[in-house]
Design a protein around this ligand. Structure first.
Ligand SMILES: *Cc1c(COP(=O)(O)O)cnc(C)c1O
Length: 426
């Protein structure tokens, strides 16, 4: 038994399922998860001392790579000034100003909190408060955290583990949630025809990242904007992944969203979430208005300091073009490798995000994503682990390339994918 296996056996006796977040358990691919000892740049080391090129990057949060020297220095200095004040401080204002700068059309006011889950929950509360309506529309396979009303047909770990809807959520809650197929403007039009006057908001990942990567088809996001506007509902963009991932800023400005949820990257690896939007909606929040939100650790000084440094570096170094070029190359190489082995697949890529679906049909939504051959995926996953590549342990998660991945890392991963797919055929 290696050290990771030993750790997991011990963990299972105290932590539920041995983990603190389901997707970490490797349950979808069947096996013991790795236990990580340290992380630097593009790499993770497990407790057995083996190095992995990391294509998870803490689910996208570590866009600059792990333990980035400037972010680490800033966070360490911040810690010396106190871990939490439970009071106002200047750095939360600085991060909020940076975020507003990056979303000049969408964001006039910002509220910070501690997770993406909290951001999505708060955005919907604002939308319900603003409209006096209860219903929301979400998309099958869309993940917005584990908040009650959003767990109907959720993606990410809930999808990997085949949990269609969550026990413990009152029926009354999911009754106010309408689930539509992603990329289906006609379905959305129909829903609005029937329930338009009762719908407070549509919440959507503008690029779906939690059923594997699924790109929005032309016109889909425009339809969401049009119908919400026509019927007086709010359009909420969940950019917890896409925010600062595809460019400095996000997609909300382009599609004229009303509220935007952020998380992951804006905390530089610390727990964080944010809602931003027009003043008229945001100032419904307490202490300005009647919609309540609060948090002991909201705007935590260490998290916002790491976030400020991360955003400053992204702005200064503009790594997006380089990350995209590398990811494009990786996508093409994987498609070639699969073709050479006669394995049907759809390689989806945008910016530094990538997913390989093992199916010969198009993947545009949750139903088609589920057709991926997860057995091939599992074999590829374990082949990659053997070669020292840490890939998301579920086909329904995106892979994340970061600014720290080198050309040599790319060569190693491409060789590992080739090797892995070859052994699949034997
Ligand atoms: C990760 C994620 C969340 C939840 O964020 P947490 O910080 O894990 O609560 C919400 N929405 C999207 C799109 C995400 O990817």
């Amino acid at each position: 038994m290696n050290k990771s296996e030993h750790c997991f056996d011990r963990a299972r006796k105290i932590l539920v399922g041995g983990v603190n977040s389901p997707v970490r358990s490797f349950a979808g691919v069947g096996g013991h998860p790795l236990f990580i000892k340290k992380a630097q740049g593009a790499y993770l080391w497990d407790v057995d001392g083996k190095r992995y090129i990391d294509f998870v990057q803490s689910w996208g949060a570590m866009i600059l790579g792990h333990s980035h020297s400037e972010v680490t220095r800033a966070a360490t200095q911040a810690l010396k000034l106190g871990a939490s004040y439970g009071a106002c401080h200047e750095r939360e204002v600085i991060l909020a100003e940076l975020i507003r700068q990056a979303f000049p059309k969408t964001i006039e006011r910002v509220r910070m909190m501690s997770s993406g889950t909290e951001a999505a929950m708060t955005a919907l509360r604002i939308a319900r408060g603003a409209t006096g309506r209860d219903m929301i529309v979400k998309f099958a396979g869309g993940y917005h955290g584990h908040h009650d009303s959003l767990l109907a047909s959720a993606g990410s770990g809930a999808l990997t583990l085949g949990i269609p809807s969550c026990k413990g959520v009152p029926k009354a809650w999911t009754k106010t949630t309408i689930v539509a197929p992603y990329n289906d403007p006609d379905a959305v039009e129909k829903i609005f025809k029937r329930y338009g006057g009762q719908i407070a908001a549509v919440i959507v990942e503008p690029v779906a990242c939690n059923m594997g990567l699924v790109l929005p088809q032309p016109g889909f996001l425009e339809t969401l904007r049009r119908v919400t506007e026509r019927h007086g509902g709010l359009l909420v963009f969940d950019e917890v992944i896409t925010g600062f991932r595809l460019k400095w800023g996000g997609l909300s400005d382009k599609y004229n969203a009303d509220l935007v949820c952020l998380g992951k990257i804006i905390g530089g690896g610390f727990p964080v979430g944010t809602v931003g939007g027009k003043k008229e909606f945001m100032e419904l929040l307490a202490p300005c208005g009647p919609v309540y939100h609060a948090g002991t650790l909201s705007g935590n000084p260490i998290a916002v300091t790491a976030g400020i440094k991360t955003l400053e570096i992204l702005k200064r170094d503009d790594p997006y073009g380089r990350m995209e070029a590398k990811t494009k190359k990786l996508a093409a190489s994987i498609a070639d490798a699969a073709k050479n082995q006669g394995i049907a697949c759809q390689v989806h890529q945008i910016g530094s995000l990538l997913t390989v679906f093992f199916t010969d049909s198009r993947v545009d939504d949750y139903e088609s994503a589920k057709k991926t051959d997860t057995k091939i995926f599992s074999k590829l996953f374990w082949g990659l682990i053997k070669s020292g590549v840490y890939w998301p342990s579920s086909n329904f998660e995106a892979c994340f390339l970061g600014a720290a991945h080198s050309d040599n890392d790319l060569r190693l991963i491409i060789a590992a994918v080739n090797e892995s797919l070859k052994t699949l055929q034997i």
